[in-house]
Write a protein that binds this ligand. Structure first.
Ligand SMILES: Cc1cc2nc3c(=O)[nH]c(=O)nc-3n(C[C@H](O)[C@H](O)[C@H](O)COP(=O)(O)OP(=O)(O)OC[C@H]3O[C@@H](n4cnc5c(N)ncnc54)[C@H](O)[C@@H]3O)c2cc1C
Length: 329
């Protein structure tokens, strides 16, 4: 489990970080908090020749309320900063609730929002030590040509298991990506490929720099429900984020969004959930309908120790609970 040798770069600006990415394209890996990357490097899932530690880029460590309204979150903002932000608690509670479920307090002190958004996908057959993978067989995501989850298939089904992206998808977040040609801004929903191996639409010489949430998305009530093996520290094996806007607990819903994580290679908005909720007062029946829609969007396979059937059922249960919780405020 020792780390392989690598050369470490510590740029102080986005421009120099991006220049290093371009110079060593393909052989270099971004390190933010390192809470996922370093264990993965110990498991020999990555053996980059160069590691780009971006923690010296101070401008990416800020949460900033924008003059015209809305919020900018630097990629290096830690999950603890999000948890502690009074502004986020008041205006975008679903994001705080999701962040608070991640790992443990110590890992949240190190782990960043950028790292959470760009998190590698996970699978029972992949997130194992090199010795384990040698004896049980490599897979198409790393070192092999076979998928143990869907034998005979050529697609990687490893699962995206970050907790904040479903909350950010509900909030319609956008992200800024910096590359040698400057920056571009895209919807977070357009970042993910839907594939377990090549999971992100980011070029090898680009990095995520900022997250933006519009002011119009503030004031929604929110809930995040998560299935995990160890309640105090684990990655999600199913997760549901819900936001609801209404004038009161029993008033008709004006707007709503539901998104799921940890059951597909990408986090996903639940199509049709908003239509099921808008214009109605939330009750058990509507919450059950949304649960069923969420379960239809989920495509869990045998990527974890819990069975796909159980995880799909729990998506249904958690979506229903999250809708009721968000509506109750
Ligand atoms: C025991 C344990 C439990 C955990 N539980 C959870 C959990 O419950 N929920 C959860 O969501 N996560 C969990 N994690 C994973 C991790 O702690 C968090 O996802 C964290 O937010 C990752 O952020 P980081 O800054 O440490 O990312 P890093 O480890 O530094 O990076 C993660 C990945 O993102 C890439 N990356 C990072 N920043 C950028 C950027 N700005 N631009 C482009 N690429 C970038 C890296 O190259 C790497 O591939 C857990 C980890 C451990 C060890």
């Amino acid at each position: 489990m020792a780390l392989s040798e690598f050369q470490l770069f510590r740029p102080k600006t986005i421009q120099s970080a991006v220049a290093l990415l371009a110079q060593h394209k393909g052989d270099i890996q971004v390190l933010a908090g390192g809470t996922d990357l370093l264990p993965s490097m110990r498991q020999k899932l990555f053996a980059p020749k160069y590691v780009l530690d971006i923690r010296g880029v101070e401008e990416l460590k800020r949460i900033r309320v924008l003059a015209g309204g809305g919020l900018e979150i630097g990629a290096l903002v830690t999950l603890s900063q999000i948890e502690d932000s009074e502004f986020i608690r008041r205006n975008y509670p679903v994001l705080r609730k999701a962040a608070m479920t991640i790992a443990s307090p110590i890992l949240r002190n190190m782990g960043t929002i950028g790292g959470n958004i760009c998190l590698d996908t996970r699978c029972l057959w992949y997130n194992q030590s090199y010795a384990w993978r040698t004896s049980c067989g490599f897979c198409i995501k790393k070192d092999g040509s076979l998928c143990h989850v869907a034998p005979g298939g050529s697609k990687c089904w490893a699962v995206f298991s970050g907790d904040t992206p479903p909350a950010l998808l509900c909030l319609g977040a956008e992200i800024e990506i910096a590359g040698p040609g400057g920056t571009r801004r895209i919807a977070l929903a357009d970042l993910y490929t839907g594939l377990g191996d090549t999971r992100l639409k980011i070029a090898k010489d680009e990095m995520l720099t900022r997250v933006f949430i519009r002011e119009s998305m503030s004031g929604y009530r929110g809930a995040y429900q998560k299935l995990r093996v160890r309640g105090s520290i684990d990655y999600p094996l199913a997760g549901v984020a819900v936001i609801v806007k209404s004038s009161g607990r029993h008033a008709p819903v004006q707007d709503a969004k539901v998104a799921i994580t940890a059951v597909n290679p990408s986090p996903m908005l639940v199509v049709g959930a908003d239509h099921a909720l808008i214009g109605r007062a939330v009750d058990e029946h509507i919450a059950t309908v949304v649960g069923e829609l969420a379960a239809r969007t989920a495509k869990p396979l045998t990527t974890s120790a819990l069975t796909p059937e159980y995880r799909r059922e729990m998506i249904k249960v958690f979506a229903k609970r999250a809708v009721l919780e968000a509506a109750a405020g």
